[in-house]
Ligand binder design. Sequence first.
Ligand code: CTP
Length: 403
Amino acid sequence: MSSCHPQPTVLLGVTGCIAAYKACELVRILQKQDVQVKVVMTPAGAEFVTPATFRALTRQEVALAPIDDPHAPIHHISLAQEASVFVIAPATANTINKLAAGIADNLLTTTALATEAPLLIAPAMNVHMWRDENTQLSLAQLRERGAQIIEPEEGYLACGEIGEGRLAPVEEIAAAVLAELNRSQDLTGRKLLVTAGPTREYLDPARFLSNASSGITGYTIAEEAARRGAQVTLISGPTTLPDPFGCTTIRVTSAQQMLEQAQEAFTAHGGLDAAIFTAAVGDYRPEQAQQQKMKKAATGSATELQLVANPDILATLAANKGSAYIVGFAAETQDIIAEARKKLHQKQADLIVANDISDPSIGFASAHNCWHLVTAEHTESTGLLPKKALARLLVDRIVKEIQ
Ligand code: CTP
């Protein structure tokens, strides 16, 4: 993780584009902010600005070929691990399309595939290449995976045409890189709890009551917080997802177990800084779970199932939250904001993230969602965003609140 590096290193990828010369200015701006910059170039990039220029500017070797450094025998891995942020500026259509497809045919693309560092991409190209379906599809895929695209500007292009495709101003690219660097450590020393996934309430050894929650939202938030230095305890109901990187993951089955583990996490660490309740907790459990498998009754006969209400994990913990910042989630079908605000007050949360599950274009199965961040005083909508971008935005908000 990036937290291993005392001095942040920005890895700057330069591809074969006339705007490559602007990357020199980007190096200077970042250096003035005490950031170490290392440059990796594609062979085409090195045709536009020579590696010697970047070597002189950065006072570092420029990475060009997969096996060109005797001190780094697996060069793409050492570069990938060293980077706190990887910014590709300018990024050509060719490199963007390769990144989306996972092609690793030069040191820059291989490093991009190998790194855990946040990826920022500043495209620059001809307007028709920018509008091309392949390019736009690749950009959409990269955004979904968490890459930030620093949108090009409209203007007079090197090819003589006028339209979108001109590299964003280097000051804007530098600001995005610096913001991402700040993010990389802004939760250091903080303790967070995340609940995620569905719960299961067994009727008998073979059957249970549950729901369709995938757990993705909670896992994505947990991973984002851990990446930014937080000590994260993730308490998860049954999901098919692997444990997120850098978190302590505790697997539970029922709502009661989730409550017990959450209570322990609240007390064990001498208080939490924030708790984010994304779990789709079953509202009810059978009054009496059967020890043996229930046998089928005659066709058409009625069977009664007595259910009791489960404890509300969020409300139970928020009642003694101390200084912890409490975030709840609310999936609603009508009066979204009003219903969310009701939950905010009833459960004593500080923020409710509400979303409209009646809209089929977003929600459980979609890669995108639109969240409404509801507090006692304000409501703020995120607009439609990839789930990773939403997680980043929510963690940004939590960082501000617990400062
Ligand atoms: N929640 C919880 N424990 C429960 C039920 C809900 O911790 N037993 C949390 C969820 O993780 C979420 C928030 O409370 O953060 C709201 O959950 P939701 O299911 O929308 O609300 P409910 O309280 O169950 O109300 P309803 O189903 O009537 O909308």
